[in-house]
Design a protein. Structure first.
Length: 148
C-alpha cells in the first residue's frame, strides 16, 4: 500500500450484504460495494484495497497496518462500532484520515446502535446513505488530500 491507496474495511456480517435484512441494508452485495469503491477511487487517481472480516482482532490488525502512509481508511465496523474500545484505540492511533461509514442510519435503529465508539476518533462520518455512502467517504478522503 502507498500514499494513493484507500483501505476499505468492512466488519462482521457485511459479507452477507444482499442477503441479511435487505429491508435495512438493501439488495447490493459486498462485491457491489467493492466495485463502486474501486470506481470512486479511480475517478480521483486512487486505488482501493477492500477487506472484510468477522473478527475484531483482524480488523484491528488491518487498521494498524494502514495507520500511516496511505490516503485514508474507510471503515464500516458493523456491530463492533457499538462494542469495541480496542478498535477505537486502533483508529485513534491512525495518522491518516479514517471515515466511519454505515449503510443504515444507526441513530434511527435500536437504542444499542445509537452509540459509536468510533465517532470521536474518526475524521469524518457517512451514516445512513446506503452503498453510495462508501463513495462519499472516498470522495471526502480525496478532497482532504487535495486540500493539503
Amino acid at each position: 500500500m502507498d500514499a494513493t491507496t484507500v483501505l476499505v474495511l468492512n466488519g462482521p456480517n457485511l459479507n452477507l450484504l444482499g442477503e441479511r435484512e435487505p429491508e435495512v441494508y438493501g439488495h447490493r452485495t459486498l462485491a457491489d460495494v467493492e466495485r463502486v469503491c474501486r470506481a470512486a477511487a479511480a475517478a480521483h487517481g486512487l486505488t482501493v484495497e477492500c477487506r472484510q472480516s468477522n473478527h475484531e482482532g483482524t480488523l484491528i490488525d488491518w487498521v494498524q497496518e494502514g495507520r500511516r502512509g496511505i490516503a485514508g481508511i474507510v471503515l464500516n465496523a458493523g456491530g463492533y462500532t457499538h462494542t469495541s474500545v480496542a478498535l477505537r484505540d486502533a483508529v485513534s492511533a491512525c495518522q491518516v484520515p479514517v471515515v466511519e461509514v454505515h449503510i443504515s442510519d444507526i441513530g434511527a435503529r435500536e437504542a444499542f446502535r445509537h452509540h459509536s465508539y468510533l465517532t470521536d476518533v474518526c475524521a469524518h462520518h457517512v451514516i445512513g446513505r446506503g452503498v453510495p455512502g462508501y463513495v462519499a467517504a472516498i470522495d471526502w478522503i480525496a478532497s482532504s488530500r487535495d486540500a493539503d
